[in-house]
Design a protein around this ligand. Structure first.
Ligand SMILES: [Mn+2]
Length: 321
């Protein structure tokens, strides 16, 4: 199948490369990796992503050419849909565009019914779409530039958890070795991809440090102000795991994180270990969610919101302050 995809790609001169919205390292690495492989062979390539682009991938060579705008439809002879195999996964705008493109190939390693792509090479046995593209390029004898190798390596690295997951097979290591030979620098890629980890850890440390522990250790409430985020050079994306970390504190049954929003007001996330229905608390305050994970936005100051949430949670837990 890799040969059929390679042959199809060679038949076109002007191609659009598309991957899924909310792109990860594999989606962006595959899109940019393929764009470099094709440009090296003299082709005109547009790279579309609905975004948002996580900052840890901004270093990928060619990222400045990734756009959330589409070229004129008549310019595009062929599309390549990568790291997903349903056009809708690329976003509504791209899906509509793809419906009008003369031909589209698909390369993906996710499960699910395959109804799109000519040809569609979808195989969940691969660790990463970047692995599929690397093997395809190697088999076809295409020149792999250092830029292409770097992008494909980054996707393979991130989708294998830095070669730690069970999908870090001999096959993945073999392709990784070839990509390093072609110019990918594992240390340079790691530094970029995991640089924000340090920022997230610092922010998490601050959240834990300032966390209020109530009800004899059963309730833990963290808060983050806009000043905290600015001081840490962080934004709300860096807080994704913080409430999970608070819930992980031994003895904590309910965790809450209240964060000040740039747009005004606060956002609160609540997690329970299962005993307390935090969705009921969230719904009563205008939010929603699941029994053990819920949240809401509130038009209050950080201090007011924190106080209100604490009193509601203590009540829900049948606890005293
Ligand atoms: Mn992937």
């Amino acid at each position: 199948m890799s040969r059929a995809v390679a042959q199809a790609l060679m038949a076109a001169k002007r191609l659009l490369v598309v991957s899924h919205y909310d792109p990860d390292g594999d989606a962006l690495g595959a899109s940019l990796g393929l764009s470099h492989l094709l440009r090296t062979q003299g082709k005109q390539v547009w790279v579309y992503s609905a975004g948002p682009i996580p900052e840890e991938y901004e270093f990928l060579p060619g990222m400045d050419q990734v756009s959330d705008g589409l070229p004129p439809l008549k310019e595009v002879e062929m599309a390549a849909l990568l790291d997903c195999h349903q056009p809708e996964r690329a976003g509504a705008k791209a899906a509509e565009f793809l419906a009008g493109v003369p031909r589209a190939v698909v390369v993906d390693h996710h499960r699910g019914p395959v109804e799109y792509g000519d040809p569609a090479w979808v195989d969940a046995g691969y660790a990463a779409t970047c692995l599929m593209l690397a093997e395809m390029a190697l088999e076809a004898g295409w020149e792999i530039s250092p830029a292409a190798a770097t992008c494909l390596f980054a996707g393979l690295q991130t989708d294998t958890g830095s070669f730690r997951y069970s999908n870090a097979t001999p096959r993945a290591f073999r392709a990784a070795a070839k990509l390093v030979e072609a110019g990918a620098d594992p240390w340079a890629v790691s530094q970029q991809v995991y640089a924000t980890r340090v920022k997230r850890l610092r922010l998490l440390a601050r959240v834990l440090e300032r966390m209020a522990v109530l009800a004899g250790g059963r309730l833990a409430v963290g808060q983050v102000s806009l000043i905290d985020l600015a001081e840490m050079d962080a934004d709300s994306r860096d807080l994704e795991d913080a409430v999970e970390a608070i819930r992980g504190v031994p003895g904590v049954e309910v965790a809450a994180l209240v964060r000040e929003m740039k747009t005004g007001g606060v956002k609160a996330s609540m997690r329970s270990r299962g005993g307390v229905d935090v969705a009921a608390v969230a719904i009563a305050l205008g939010g929603g969610g699941h029994k053990s994970a819920a949240g809401m936005r509130m038009d209050l100051s950080l201090a007011e919101a924190r106080e209100l949430i604490i009193s509601r949670l203590l009540k829900a837990m049948g606890a005293e302050a």
